[in-house]
Design a protein around this ligand. Structure first.
Ligand SMILES: C[S@@+](CC[C@H](N)C(=O)[O-])C[C@H]1O[C@@H](n2cnc3c(N)ncnc32)[C@H](O)[C@@H]1O
Length: 252
């Protein structure tokens, strides 16, 4: 795998985030946008040990994607681990850098605890409205996931970033088109990375199929993605190289 260490372009590094991050200097990244394994998607500890395909994929799909890493921790170990990587990414983030972390309703309280234990200022919770979900009679639809966001200390009000929405409304990529079981919509990630000031390096410590890194590249940011699974690290690199060079339509 090719690794570009100059951080002016896009880089995908295969490895364990906690180990890889230790090699980075302090104050490097302009923002952290990520979607860690939730270790959720199950009603009890036994169900949590199932494959990620069984937890997160539709049984009807013909597109069988490989399982991904790190999704079977119990509650306390997940929270402890989250605080650990959140502290390490904060060390590598610039003063005032924003962080956005995807999560579901079950892990939301643990994530907001871990974020603050790690020293980030928690600034709010965004909603990702997936617009649909499996209907269950007599229940509310589980059609939203959340994005906990914050900053590494003080965030000046004159930052060079636009006003961004608090709700992102976009369905999941079609199962037949996905290259990762829990792939996020590219347009949502393109809108979200704009919270980082121009020129800031975007870090995604759980890159999966590289959606954040690709979005950052398409929006003109340098970016680094870290992914433990060799399969997904290779898929992310290939995707960023092939889809990241498509000329973008310019409004007349
Ligand atoms: C929820 S997925 C990210 C999906 C991504 N947002 C996308 O759109 O493709 C989380 C990813 O983190 C990876 N992962 C889990 N533990 C990790 C670790 N310790 N270090 C690096 N990557 C890890 C998993 O293999 C998985 O691909």
């Amino acid at each position: 795998m090719r690794i570009d260490h100059n951080f002016t372009g896009t880089t995908i590094i295969q490895g364990d985030t906690l180990r890889v991050l230790k090699a980075f200097p302090d104050d490097l990244f302009g923002g952290v946008i990520t979607d860690p394994p939730y270790a959720s998607g199950a009603a009890d500890q036994n169900a949590k040990q199932k494959s990620t395909a069984a937890k997160y994929s539709s049984a009807k799909t013909n597109n069988l994607l490989p399982d991904f890493e790190g999704d079977s921790k119990d509650q306390r170990s997940w929270t402890h681990w989250a605080a650990e990587w959140l502290a390490e990414v904060r060390r590598c983030a610039k003063e005032g850098a924003p962080i956005c972390v995807f999560i579901d309703w079950r892990q939301l309280p643990s994530l907001t605890d871990a974020l603050q234990w790690a020293g980030w200022i928690w600034r709010g919770t965004l909603v990702w409205d997936k617009t649909n979900s499996r209907p269950q009679r007599g229940r509310f639809r589980q059609q939203a996931e959340f994005v906990v966001w914050g900053s590494n200390g003080h965030m000046p009000s004159d930052r060079k970033a636009p006003v961004l929405p608090g709700v992102f409304r976009q369905s999941m990529p079609a199962m037949t088109k996905r290259i990762h079981q829990t792939e996020k919509p590219l347009q949502v990630m393109r809108d979200m990375v704009r919270i980082v000031e121009p020129g800031g390096i975007v870090l995604d410590p759980f890159a999966g199929a590289g959606t954040t890194v690709l979005a950052a590249k398409l929006e003109g940011y340098p970016a680094v993605g870290i992914e433990l699974s060799p399969h997904y690290a290779a898929a992310a690199l290939n995707r960023v190289e092939t889809e990241g060079n498509v000329p973008q339509a310019v409004a007349a």
